[in-house]
Design a protein around this ligand. Structure first.
Ligand SMILES: [Zn+2]
Length: 255
């Protein structure tokens, strides 16, 4: 299950790994916490949210993922009880063994709050006294992986080094097609973030990460969350991707 802040975040940094998991036999799920209602210089909030909902649904068709609707708006992703309850209910329904989410340190608060909400919601999936629409599920193994931040940099401009590289070269055309479903974002990203082509920006990230791996052409990078409260210590389901999976020797984590 991929949990991101805005429609198109999954496509930028996570969709390749998600599709490889699907090819491995996993059911895959897609959720953006925000409607993306502020992501336009041309249309009002309601119209923008409606357009972006359609675009996100079209993307999930390309990816072959289950779609979960947003639960709030842009710049309203706060770490608090209302969103935590809603997200925990969805996680309990899906009961994922893998969660892909944002980096804990990233260029904007919506991404960082999403990461925190996803981590806590996964942590309390099995806590019966935390009440949501959906009752607690058993604490089966669940691994949480954090994507690389936007630009591969943290907010203080430090480069973030991945622990794991996933070779996305073979699924890059699907990733491209899924990102292309977010047609409304071309003008917005050009204006707000000076990206001349959002497709090229996504490919530049995956090529840079591929180069960092020293082995793959296109790649996505991941850091696995500490297992306490989530799984057995060595539970690392991305390693099932075998030939697509590479540990980064330069990353110092305790196994
Ligand atoms: Zn975003």
């Amino acid at each position: 299950m991929a949990i991101a802040a805005h429609p198109d975040d999954i496509e930028f940094m996570m969709a390749g790994t998600l599709v490889l998991l699907k090819n491995q036999g996993y059911d895959i799920h897609y959720m953006n916490l925000s409607s993306g209602n502020c992501g336009s210089i041309e249309t009002d909030v309601q119209t923008t949210a409606r357009i972006r909902l359609e675009e996100a649904k079209n993307s999930t068709k390309v990816l072959g993922a289950g779609f979960h609707p947003p639960i709030c708006n842009d710049f309203e992703i706060f770490y608090g009880i209302e969103l935590l309850r809603k997200l925990t209910a969805v996680i309990r329904k899906v009961n994922p063994s893998v969660i892909l989410t944002h980096s804990p340190s990233d260029y904007m608060e919506d991404h960082m709050s999403t990461s925190r909400l996803a981590v806590t919601a996964a942590f309390i999936r099995g806590v019966p006294n935390f009440h949501t629409e959906c009752p607690a599920v058993s604490n089966d193994n669940c691994a949480v992986y954090h994507a690389l931040p936007h630009g591969l940099l943290d907010p203080l401009r430090q480069q973030v080094i991945p622990e794991i590289f996933i070779n996305t070269t073979t699924v890059q055309p699907i990733k491209r097609q899924a990102l292309q479903a977010h047609k409304s974002q071309q003008n917005w990203l050009e204006d707000s973030q000076k990206m001349n082509s959002y497709i090229k920006a996504m490919e530049d990230f995956s090529l840079t990460i591929g180069k960092m791996s020293g082995r793959f052409e296109h790649a996505e990078g991941w850091r696995r969350h500490l297992h306490f409260g989530f799984s057995e210590p060595a539970f690392d389901p991305l390693s099932e991707l075998e030939k697509f999976y590479l540990k980064n020797e330069a990353y110092s984590a305790v196994d």
